[in-house]
Design a binder for this molecule. Structure first.
Ligand code: PLP
Length: 379
């Protein structure tokens, strides 16, 4: 079946008690049992809740996975995945990973004797070189935020598996519509559902999907033990969001290409970061690995002052962190999402003071481009 059919039907069976076509919000903490040990698969809502179960089945199906586990945020999902490793284990991580992931790994989990190596995973050989006898996991993000560096998921998976390590991919930027990492050998996919999966900027959540049954059992155990679950209402919002995921991603992708092409031609723009541009150093790899290029576009305005002029002159685009919603958001990585990253690391990653990031929304793209055009004219 096609992606949209799965998005609309997987997990969304009519409610068995009433026939409700939309999965109800099961706002309950506990479930009546018929007798000792006799129940309908639900006992206590931390362990399982029908609305959350529906969402977990839905997104697992979209990623081509067997199992899904929904969490209270993307970070809670990533934290749960990292509980698959233990003290004295080593984890290799994409060096320009999401700031919250970097903070969790370096300032929280490092206190538990888990070792992290941050490497440029755009060259798979860097992953090979970073391997140690105790490497248990390789954690990648592709394309990265905000400079859109692409990691070859097949190559990194082959290298990791040969060394007995598993591969985790944060697929938040692409969504399963544009990229399905499990097809390239990745073992576990995580998402911040806050972004494209929910898609309407009205909820925070996370999900983990995977195929390995034993590991899934362990993750379910971790989810229930630590308890950072997604609420029934938030599960329902994401479930509503994924029904239109294909349509939304098609338009994010179309508009992203148009905005990137406009910026690439603009005389005041020094550099554009978008995997759909032929000038992107990994354009071919992105074409092979992704079904499109998506709605995230970054560009360098040349200096902090010029970036500030653009960010303070836009009228339609909203100055805000986050991404993946219906509205176009514009942000300044150096002072917003990546403020906690040391200036010399930012410089190495290409996160200059002039860099501006756009999450291209679903407004008419002519209006988005006109807004950027008038803002750039003020430089
Ligand atoms: C937002 C984001 C996260 C964190 O998700 P939250 O829902 O904010 O906790 C993780 N990875 C990426 C790539 C993100 O964009």
């Amino acid at each position: 079946m096609g992606f949209s059919t799965i998005a609309i039907h997987a997990g969304n069976e009519p409610d068995p008690t009433t026939g409700a076509v939309t999965v109800p919000i099961y706002q309950t903490s506990t479930f009546a049992q018929e007798g000792l040990g006799k129940h309908k698969g639900y006992e206590y809502a931390r362990t399982r809740n029908p609305t959350r179960s529906a969402l977990e089945r839905n997104i697992a199906a979209l990623e081509g996975a067997r199992f899904g586990f929904a969490f209270a945020s993307g970070m809670a999902a990533i934290d749960a995945v990292l509980r698959l490793v233990q003290a004295d284990d080593h984890v290799i991580v994409s060096d320009n990973t999401y700031g919250g992931t970097f903070r969790l790994f370096t300032r929280v989990l490092s206190n538990y004797r888990i070792e992290f190596s941050f490497v440029d995973t755009t060259d798979p050989l860097n992953v090979e070189r970073a391997l140690r006898p105790n490497t248990r996991m390789v954690f990648v993000e592709t394309p990265t935020n905000p400079v859109m560096a692409v990691t070859d998921l097949r190559a990194v998976s082959d290298i990791a598996h040969a060394a007995g390590a598993i591969v985790v991919c944060d697929n938040t930027f692409m969504s399963p519509y544009l990229q399905r990492p499990l097809e390239f050998g990745v073992d576990i996919v995580v998402h911040s559902t806050t972004k494209y999966l929910n898609g309407h900027s009205d909820g925070v959540g996370g999900i983990v999907v995977l195929n390995d049954e034993e590991r899934a059992e362990r993750l379910g155990f971790i989810q229930n033990s630590a308890g950072a679950i997604l609420s029934p209402f938030d599960s329902w919002l994401v479930l509503r969001g994924t029904k239109t995921l294909a349509l939304r991603m098609q338009q994010h992708d179309r508009a992203g290409r148009a905005v990137a092409a406009f910026l690439a031609e603009h005389p005041k723009v020094e550099k554009v970061y978008y995997t759909g541009l032929a000038s992107h150093p990994q354009h071919e790899l992105a074409q092979r690995q992704q079904r499109g290029f998506g709605g995230m576009v970054s560009f360098d305005a040349g200096s902090l002052e010029k970036a500030r002029t653009v960010l303070e002159s836009v009228r339609l685009c909203t100055l805000a962190e986050s991404l993946g919603g219906v509205e176009t958001l514009i942000s300044h990585p150096a002072t917003m999402t990546h403020a906690a990253v040391a200036p010399e690391v930012r410089a190495r990653l290409g996160i200059t003071d002039g860099l501006v990031r756009i999450s291209v929304g679903l407004e008419d793209v002519e209006d988005i481009i006109a807004d950027l055009d008038q803002a750039l004219a003020r430089i």
